[in-house]
Each structure stands twice: as C-alpha cells, then as structure tokens.
Write a new protein. Structure first.
Length: 437
C-alpha cells in the first residue's frame, strides 16, 4: 500500500491531507474548551449548534462551490482555500461572543466544503491505475482513523504546557503546511467542460448522481453508514459513562475499538477489492452495520461493547471506503469535482439527519430504542441499495443515439453494434443523459 507514496505528487498531497487533518483535530478539542469558556454549562448547546452549522455548510456550499470553481486552476483554488481556513483558525482565539464562533465556524466549514471535494477529485487524475487509486482510498481512511486517535492525545500533551487558545495555532500551521505542499506540486487540469450557466454547473453533480444506478445505491449506503456512525459518535459516552458508569478513559477506549476496526479493513481493502466487486464489499459492510446495531440490544457490559464497536468499525470502513472508486467509474475527469461535491453534500445531509436522531432517541427512549431504530434505518439503506444498484454493474453498455449525426466523432468511440447503436464505457454526460434500460 505504501508503494504509491513513491509518486511525488500524491505523496505531497497525502501529507497535506494528513497534516491538515491533525490541525483540524486540535481545533476540535480547542473549540470544545472555548465553548466552555464562553458559555459555561451551556457549552453543549454551543457545540451542538456549531456542529449543525458545519453540516449545513457542507450540504449547501459544496455543490455551489463546485459550480463556481469548476473552471478555475485546481492548485491555485486549493491553496487559496487553505489560506482562508488558516485565516479563520487564526481568528478563533480572539472571539469573545458565541455568535462570533458561529460565524467563523460557518466560514471555516464553507472553505472546507469547497476544498475537500476538489482535493478528492484530483487524486484519480494523479493515480489513473485503479489498484493505485484503491490503495490511496485506504490510506486516506487510515489517515482519518489515525487522526481521531492521535489528535486528542497530542492535544492533551500540548495542554500540559500551553493554553487551549494556542491549540488553534496548530490548526493554522496545519492549513499553511497543506497550502505549501499543494503549491509544491503540479496538478494537471482536465479538459474544460462545455460552458454552462452557474446553476447548471452547480446542479451537474447531483444530476450525474441521481442518473447513475450505482450512485443511487451509494446514496442508500451513505444513509446506512451515517445511521451507524451517528450511534457510535453520539451515544458512546451515553452508554459508557451513563449506563455503565465508567470513566473518560473507558469512553476513549471504546472510540479506539471502533477506529481499530476501521483501520483493519482499510489495510485489507486493496487486496479484497482485487477479488470482490465494490457492490459486494459495500453491501456486506452495510449489512454488518445493521446486524451489529441490532446486536447492541444484547450488550450488557463494557467488554461486549468493545467487541461490538470493533465490528461496527469493520462494517463502517467496508461500506464507506470504496465510494471514491464508484465516483471515479461514473464520471469524466472534467466532471469529477462536481460529482465529488455532490457526494460530499449528500453524505453529510445523511449525517445531518442521523446525528440529532441518534441523540434524541437515546435521551428520550434509551440506548436500546436507539439501537433498534437506527438498525432499521441501516437495514432500509441496505434494501434500497440492493434494489437500485444492479448486481451486474458493467462499465461497457450497448445503447443507441437516434438523434446523433452519422459523421459525429462520437461514433468512433467503443464498438459499433449495427443500426444506430454502439457500446462503450457508459457515463452520464451531455450525450448520455439517461441510463440505458
């Protein structure tokens, strides 16, 4: 897996991602402490509102940003967005009112909503070989999991010698380092897509998404992943410290078990996806999530919870990590930023639903009801994906062009099948607006 780091461009971009993630993790800890300083006992409400603002920014800004930045140079766009994020992080230690936190969080997450899909869409162009790209997806999953483990530990160590305000400087450094690393490489711009209105460019990713059966299946799996992930993220502390009356250390250990499961699958996925199709792996992972949440009804002690969280981590990574492969298969290079932005927005829309649902169910009806309802939601996602994502998900499809001129150069693509029909790798675009039946 690490062999792909021999590619200098990818190595620099991966380091940019990892350093920015670490800086963001420090900001998460610092933001919690800042909320307590400003709001005291109401800090939880402040953080909940900040998380809601984050999700709203992701859902609303990502498609619009993709439409606006589509024709801009990718490297310059990424660097400017990193500098914007660094500037916002630099301002956070100086806020004195809660409303200022909300505004800065919206600005920070809006920049991230523009940065992340553009960054993700760049990797398939750098690593055109599918095996290399799969390894890159697994490395990215590992980076996220390691960040969730290391950032709190690093923050705890730094807080022994620094104030929490100084943690924001780590975030600033992370974004500046990310900008420098992006600036150190050359990014090849794909051929420009046809000129369209801003509205059409903004909605293009969503149109591609809903017109492609495998991506409709991905949307159903996004909901399954969000439902299971929300149960873990929102209710771990409720179960460990509320139901089992254990310590903060036990809560951290439970989160570590979930992260460990995710990392195990991330390491195994490159080999597994060489033998099994994406659909089988992702549906198996989502099915494990549904079964695991249902098994949560039987958890009576901390040891069983650790085992369950480990299994949920396995299913979480298996269901989520191959998504980039589906987006790559389903788009032309020039359309990838729009499609990755659509996935970014739609997946976070699922989290926007499941975060409050998981919290409300656990607080009003208890963790057992939360396990049961969220298991049903995951199961619904699995069934939905089974229906809309065909088992035989071929890339090359035979189709017709009844309105295409005989001398159109598009006829030279693929293999002619007679009449007005030919076959090639089928991707939704201006010439192929609907999926062939």
């Amino acid at each position: 897996m690490l062999a792909i780091l021999g590619n200098r461009t990818y190595r620099h971009l991966f380091l940019a991602q990892a350093i920015a993630l670490l800086g963001t993790g420090l900001a998460t800890v610092a933001l919690a402490l800042l909320a307590f300083e400003l709001a005291g006992p109401d800090a939880g409400s402040v953080l909940g509102t900040a998380l809601a603002i984050k999700m709203l920014a992701y859902v609303s800004v990502a498609p619009f940003a993709a439409g606006v930045t589509e024709r801009l140079p990718r490297r310059a766009t990424l660097v400017v967005l990193d500098l914007v994020r660094a500037g916002v992080a630099l301002a956070l230690p100086f806020v004195t009112e809660v409303w200022q936190v909300y505004i800065l969080i919206f600005l920070l997450q809006s920049a991230s909503a523009a940065f992340t899909p553009t960054f993700q869409a760049t990797i398939p162009d750098i690593l055109p070989d599918e095996k290399d790209y799969t390894r890159a997806l697994s490395l990215s999953r590992l980076a996220y999991d390691l960040e969730s483990l290391l950032s709190p530990l690093l923050a705890a160590a730094l807080l022994t010698v620094l104030s929490f305000h100084d943690l924001f400087l780590g975030t600033v450094f992370g974004f500046l380092a990310s900008a420098a690393l992006v600036l150190s490489v050359t990014l090849w711009a794909p051929k420009p897509s046809p000129k369209h209105s801003v509205w059409k460019r903004t909605t293009k990713g969503l149109r591609l998404f809903f017109a492609t059966p495998r991506l409709r299946g991905l949307l159903a799996i996004n909901m399954a992943v969000a439902a299971a992930g929300a149960m873990v993220i929102v209710n771990t502390v409720v179960i460990v410290q509320g139901a089992f009356t254990l310590s903060d250390t036990a809560t951290a250990l439970a989160f570590s078990a979930f992260g460990a499961g995710s990392m195990i699958v991330a390491l195994a996925l490159p080999k597994l996806l060489e033998r099994q199709p994406d659909r089988a792996v992702m549906l198996s992972g989502a099915t494990l999530l549904a079964a695991g949440l249902l098994a949560g009804l039987l958890v009576t002690d901390f040891a069983l919870l650790l085992l369950l969280w480990l299994l949920l981590g396995l299913g979480y990574a298996a269901a989520q990590t191959p998504a980039g492969r589906l987006l790559r298969r389903s788009s032309h290079p020039e359309d990838r930023p729009a499609l990755f932005a659509a996935q970014f927005a739609l997946s976070h829309a699922c989290w926007l639903i499941t975060y409050p649902l998981a919290g409300w169910l656990a607080s009003s009806a208890g963790p057992s009801i939360a396990f049961l309802v969220l298991s049903g939601l995951v199961g619904t996602g699995v069934v939905g994906a089974l229906f809309v994502w065909p088992r035989q998900d071929a890339d090359v499809l035979e189709h017709d062009h009844s309105d295409l001129a005989d001398d159109d150069p598009h006829w030279d693509e693929g293999h002619e099948r007679g009449g007005r029909r030919h076959a090639h790798a089928y991707i939704i675009d201006d010439l192929h607006r609907e999926w062939p039946s």
